[in-house]
Design a protein around this ligand. Structure first.
Ligand code: NG6
Ligand code: CA
Length: 501
């Protein structure tokens, strides 16, 4: 954290009775715009999330910065567009920490005001100081503790990537000295069977593409791993572990202001919810994982009520990117979909430049300040989390930090219903798009129209510039770039300006 932002003892002694709100960011994984009851979900109900929306404001035009996790989360926590850096694409589980310790993060802002801070659940932003050289049997050399988070309980990357263990404050949780952990994304370990050599070991879920290297808990993963023993997670218990650690953090800090970045593993693959959620939806494992996500939200909100903290806690619920059905396991997500529309009215999903890639649910509840039962169509983006929280907390942002982030507090609180003039979006292949309230522009690119390595997803790539008029039809159907050269050049000028900023 930059030196200018260290908490004074007086700030630290501030108590819950002051008006500093607690803040909880609940960030789901691959949860689409249409995946929640209050956004029109069919085939699964989400009563706890719907209640949150009823007690707060539900946003209809919120954008993640990228249509995949690592760049989306990087931008969320730092207020810098991920595409400014070459090393922010989907990170392996043994990537070094991507955010630099000296960078300002949203956690630093809260810490500078004396908050207790935590990151819990999916991380996917690298750990340690050297890629591929972590010693998983010792404290890691770098982690969220260097980024303003007092407490962390994390999966290093995703649940389909090794190492399949939780890491608590930089140390593997329940570390088992009898089974030292080794990780490689290059080659298998001698004598350790893999999904390739022993497909019968993948009895819990079979891969549809990839996901056949290490096998843990009867499920193939990306990357090779040895050891782990008692520390290895069981996929069916991941939501319970994440939720329990989140609830414990709230209980420990009920008497002082706290901020929690709570990232669920749901509904990322492998979808393997606990038995008690099986069959809760008509959509199989993917729908049941949504029900499990809803349960986590309910656990958090009921605890806040029980502890008398709900009036003065700002809860924001969103997702890191759009939805995907088959993302590498035979979980029948596509077959059992019925009339459910994971992306709502938008085209395509995760990975894509089309709106389904970055349009995400966004609900803000803070009974003391945010109107209940409202809807806001303001155009908002995760990139503004930093400047918006700085504004909420009244903390100045030092020059050059969070440079892409703008103060949107009035729109995030549901008071300004307009929001940004435009948002910038990034696809998995780093193609940039610009959205205004009416228009969507996708810059030209040479990439394929469909993803070539697995999921059946339209990338949004085209050799020609694409412009869509979203008035009356949010599903980017007809490219009207040729008829609107002036709008096209305005949009190109925005990208040009942002790229060179
Ligand atoms: C892809 C994985 C996919 C998922 C994604 C990252 C394969 C074949 N597919 O490469 O399963 O892990 O990366 O998802 O390996 S994200 O939500 O964390 O960005
Ligand atoms: Ca994701």
């Amino acid at each position: 954290m930059p030196l200018a932002l260290t908490a004074t003892a007086a700030q630290k002694s501030h108590h819950q009775r002051t008006d500093k709100p607690n803040v909880i960011f609940i960030v789901a994984d691959d949860l689409g715009y249409g995946d929640l009851g209050c956004y029109g979900a069919q085939g699964v109900s989400t009563p706890n999330v719907d209640k949150l929306a009823k007690e707060g404001t539900r946003f209809t035009d919120c954008h993640a910065v990228a249509s995949i996790s690592t760049p989306s989360r990087y931008s969320l926590l730092t207020g810098e567009y991920a595409w400014r850096r070459p090393d922010t694409d989907v990170a392996p589980g043994n990537a070094a920490m991507i955010i630099k310790p000296q960078q300002l993060t949203v956690a630093d802002l809260f810490k500078s005001r004396g908050y207790a801070t935590a990151a819990i659940g999916k991380w996917h932003l690298g750990l340690g100081d050297k890629t591929g050289e972590q010693d998983w049997n010792a404290p890691l050399a770098a982690g969220p503790g260097d980024l303003g988070f007092d407490y962390s309980y994390l999966m290093a990357a995703t649940s389909d990537r090794v190492p399949c263990v939780f890491i608590e404050n930089g140390i593997v949780a329940n570390h088992d000295p009898s089974a030292p952990i080794e990780v490689s994304y290059r080659k298998p370990f001698e004598g350790v069977p893999t999904g390739q050599t022993n497909p019968e070991l993948m009895y819990n879920l079979k891969p549809s593409h990839g996901h056949n290297m290490a096998v843990v808990n009867g499920i193939g993963r990306i990357g090779y791993m040895k050891g782990g023993g008692k520390a290895l997670w069981k996929d069916e218990n991941i939501a319970d572990s994440i939720t329990t650690h989140a609830l414990n953090f709230i209980k420990r800090h009920a008497d002082e202001p706290f901020m929690m970045y709570l990232c669920t593993n749901d509904v990322h693959v492998p979808r393997f919810p606990h038995q008690r959620f099986r069959g809760k939806s008509t959509m199989g494992l993917r729908g049941d994982a949504i029900a499990q996500f809803d349960w986590t939200v309910g656990q958090v909100t009921s605890l806040l009520k029980k502890l008398g903290l709900d009036e003065n806690t700002l809860v924001i619920l969103t997702s890191d990117n759009g939805p995907v059905l088959d993302d590498g396991y035979q979980d029948r997500a596509e077959e059992l979909l019925g009339n459910h529309k994971p992306s709502g009215p938008f085209r395509s999903g995760k990975y894509s430049s089309f709106e389904g890639g970055t349009m995400v649910p966004f609900i803000a509840r803070w009974p003391k300040t945010i109107a209940a039962g409202q809807q806001s169509d303001a155009l908002i983006s995760h990139i503004d989390l930093m400047a918006t929280m700085a504004s909420l907390l009244n903390v100045p942002i030092p020059q050059r930090e969070a440079a892409d982030s703008r103060d949107q507090l009035q729109s995030w609180l549901g008071k300004d219903k307009v929001g940004r003039d435009y948002v910038v979006e990034q696809s998995t292949s780093r193609v940039l798009s610009v959205r205004t309230k009416q228009w969507k522009y996708i810059e030209p690119s040479n990439g394929p129209k469909m993803i070539t390595w697995g999921p059946k997803i339209e990338t949004g790539n085209d050799k020609l510039p694409q412009l869509y008029n979203l008035n009356g039809n949010p599903y980017e159907t007809t490219n009207v770039a040729a008829e609107n050269p002036e709008i096209v050049s305005q949009m190109q000028a925005i990208i040009q300006k942002e790229r060179t900023a």
